[in-house]
Design a protein around this ligand. Structure first.
Ligand code: SF4
Ligand code: SF4
Length: 134
């Protein structure tokens, strides 16, 4: 039995495809969806735990890659260092889940419960206020 967590990012062209259905039906995998934001005709993501016997697991991953879905392992946690943050707001444009966002006072804030550890903010932050911890 293999168990791992992944972030799947769907382009707007793929978001309507029954990808999860095929993982369950064709590859006999157990899917535990931890977080998701999927809307018709828009880019979306699903954070899930995937488990199954190793052969099916590997075949399922191969299927996912062939569909064109962007798949990355979920590892580590994001640490936002408020004291280092310059409040430039650059990261908020790249954060797909709103984990880093401007509050009503136009100050950047971080909500770890929304973070999918996609690491998009890491390259953007020149102040190195965002770090990934393993
Ligand atoms: S990019 Fe870095 S410095 Fe700018 S708001 Fe985001 S965390 Fe703060
Ligand atoms: S890693 Fe950064 S960009 Fe990605 S969801 Fe978390 S806070 Fe947002």
């Amino acid at each position: 039995m293999v168990v791992n967590k992944f972030v799947l990012r769907f382009s707007s062209a793929l978001v309507d495809q029954p990808v999860i259905y095929h993982l369950v039906k064709d590859y006999d995998l157990v899917i535990n969806i931890l977080k998701a934001d999927i809307n018709p005709h828009q880019e979306g993501y699903v954070v899930l735990e995937l488990s199954g016997d190793s052969e099916n697991y590997n075949r399922g991953l191969e299927y996912l890659k062939n569909t064109g879905v962007d798949i990355s392992p979920l590892s580590g946690t994001i640490f936002w260092n408020k004291d280092r943050c310059l409040q430039c707001g650059a990261c908020t444009s790249f954060c797909p889940t709103g984990a880093l966002k401007m509050d009503q006072k136009k100050l950047v804030d971080f909500d770890g419960s929304k973070c999918i550890v996609c690491e998009s903010c890491l390259d953007v932050c020149m102040a190195r206020a965002v770090e990934v911890c393993f």
